[in-house]
Design a protein around this ligand. Structure first.
Ligand code: NAP
Length: 293
């Protein structure tokens, strides 16, 4: 039997996840495993915060001297006006997922989803430089992914956003065009993305399609459009192998699952709070044990 977790004491530092729902979040597991591995007397707790109550929640974090927080659905945008300062990244993306105290004591909002998104793509950077990339979705994750791609060392020459609500994608494209440099941004309705699917070298699912329990769903059901030489990246991580990844891999594409983004964004938040590198191997091991496989 493993040792019981040491008790919290008067010096324990607390980090929160605020959102709703939070009960299935893997963040408490990742951060508590990391704190324990580093021997830090810190704890991470998932706190449900109803829509409309983010102002009180952020005020509470300040009043109770929390060491930091993650912010998730539905508060990522609503929290923006309630911090003292935003990083340029959070400002450009228009959403935050991390609160930390800067050196001057200002409560600062950052978005670590962008860094997390790029983490598993670095090894494909050479093949992806200047490519055509296609992103399904126009929500918060698509915003972070678009920002990440446009500001990466391998920015795409052409970035197509395929969305079931194209107006939302048009707003995303207009908001992020200023960081896009030479990248050309285009929007297509999701159902009309065939040409883009066939020509893109990077395909990203930034919608919940395929997430458990709807595992039969996929952003692109025409599996014959996938091909070798493509990287198919699904931000969904439950299940680890989605229909989108399975069908793309069957046509020779390289599949990338969402778990690495999850670890990547957690590692970037952890660094903000503790100043340390998250022990990623220990965290991955704990996640695999928890999720099975
Ligand atoms: P969101 O802000 O709610 O946006 C969801 C997007 O998907 C919207 O564009 C939405 O379209 C679209 N969408 C939803 N259901 C759809 C359907 N049935 N058919 C077509 N489009 C659909 O959510 P999000 O925060 O961007 O998250 C998106 C996915 O990424 C989730 O599965 C989330 O778990 C995953 N994610 C993973 C990580 C990671 O670390 N791996 C991080 C963040 C998010 P409408 O505008 O028409 O509603």
């Amino acid at each position: 039997m493993s040792d019981p977790a040491p008790l919290l004491d008067a010096e324990t530092r607390l980090v929160a996840l605020i959102g709703q729902p939070v009960t299935h979040s893997l963040s408490p597991l990742m951060h508590n495993v990391a704190f324990a591995a580093h021997g830090l007397n810190w704890r991470y707790a998932a706190l449900p915060v109803a829509p409309g109550r983010v102002v009180e929640a952020v005020a509470g974090l300040r009043a109770l001297s929390f060491a930091g927080a993650n912010v998730t659905v539905p508060h990522k945008e609503a929290a923006l006006p309630h911090v003292d300062r935003l990083t340029d990244r959070a400002k450009a993306i228009g959403a935050l997922n991390t609160l930390f105290w800067d050196e001057g004591g200002a409560l600062t909002g950052d978005n670590t989803d962008a860094a997390g998104f790029l983490a598993p793509l670095e090894e494909h950077a050479g093949a992806l430089e200047g490519c055509h990339a296609l992103l399904f979705g126009a929500g918060g994750a698509a915003r972070a992914a678009t920002y990440a791609l446009l500001t990466s060392g391998f920015a795409p020459a052409r970035l197509t956003l395929a969305a079931r609500t194209p107006q939302r994608a048009e707003r995303l494209a207009a908001d992020l065009a200023p960081v896009g440099g030479d990248s050309a941004l285009a929007v297509v309705p999701e159902a009309e993305a065939g040409e883009a699917v066939r020509s893109a070298r990077l395909l990203v699912n930034a919608t919940p399609q395929g997430m458990a329990p709807e595992t039969g769903a996929t952003p692109w059901p025409e599996a014959a459009d996938f091909r070798a030489g493509q990287v198919a990246y699904d931000l969904v991580y439950t299940p680890r192998e989605t229909r989108f990844l399975r069908e793309a891999a069957a046509q020779g594409a390289t599949p990338v699952g969402g778990l690495e983004m999850l670890v990547g964004q957690a590692a970037a938040s952890y660094r903000r709070w503790t100043g340390r590198d998250m022990p990623a191997a220990t965290v991955r091991h704990a996640l695999r044990k928890h999720l099975g496989g």
